[in-house]
Design a protein around this ligand. Structure first.
Ligand code: PGA
Length: 245
């Protein structure tokens, strides 16, 4: 079991925030499973347009992307500085859907993570291999390359998300995930190896959360589809709390 405080991050992608997340968590918290918890960290990552409403509901918020430059001619983008000013605490960097749909390179992702840190945001940096890369046995080479330019000596979180497991219903087995997490940890700088959190992402759900979260090098989850279902997400939080509370 992980020695680090678990983090469960709800990645809602381009979906509306679930209605339950908008119930004011300053009042009866039991009605809103996404509210901040004491023993584990719970963060929601809505679309830009839902950030403010989630914050008003008392949730800890992060963005799914931030542009490294502060201001400028970047139509459609929002900067890290603006996200910080709004009240974001976290930001995703280099999600595989951004790498695939927006051509983000490892260098772009590193620039985002550095800009996030400079602006006082906590970057959750996504890495992970495609199915083709895994079938060729290249998964370790791929994540090693993705880690190369990252500011790993700083306060960041890594999310290992095998691309073949995202939104497909195919989860990495706890053994496969643990092996990759242990490998990623072995590549971290000495003084960050024991403290840096590595989340697992890719079809994580209530059904498989316990087995995954029991692994010594899995420090939480980046959860897509299952996090849009308040009842299921609530069950995952309970599982995490029972393991680490
Ligand atoms: P999923 O997405 O849980 O729907 O597989 C995870 C992610 O892409 O962050």
């Amino acid at each position: 079991m992980s020695k680090r405080k678990l983090l469960l991050a709800a990645n809602w992608k381009m979906n509306p925030a679930p209605a339950a997340a908008m119930v004011n968590a300053h009042g009866d918290r039991s009605l809103n499973p996404y509210h901040p918890h004491a023993d584990i960290d719970v963060v929601v990552l809505p679309t830009f347009v839902d950030l403010q409403r989630c914050m008003d509901a008392g949730l800890i918020i992060g963005a799914q992307y931030g542009h490294p430059e502060t201001v400028g001619a970047h139509t459609g983008d929002v900067s890290m500085a603006m996200l910080k000013k709004l009240g974001c605490r976290y930001v995703l960097c280099g999600h595989s859907e951004r790498r695939a749909n927006h051509g983000e390179t490892d260098e772009d992702v590193a620039a985002q993570a550095i800009a996030a840190l400079e602006n006082g945001l906590h970057p959750v940096i996504c890495i992970g291999e495609t199915l083709e890369e895994r079938e060729k046995g290249h998964e370790k080479t791929v994540v090693k390359k993705q880690l190369k330019h990252l500011p790993l000596e700083s306060d960041v979180t890594i999310a290992y998300e095998p691309v073949w497991a995202i939104g497909t219903g195919k989860t990495a087995t706890p053994k496969q995930a643990q092996e990759m997490h242990a490998y990623i940890r072995s590549l971290l700088p000495d003084d960050r190896r024991e403290s840096l959190r590595i989340l697992y992402g890719g079809s994580m759900k209530a059904e498989n959360a316990e087995e995954l979260l029991k692994q010594p090098d899995i420090d939480g989850g980046l959860i897509g589809g299952a996090s849009l279902k308040p009842e299921e997400f609530g069950r995952m939080i309970e599982i995490a709390e029972n393991l680490h509370g």
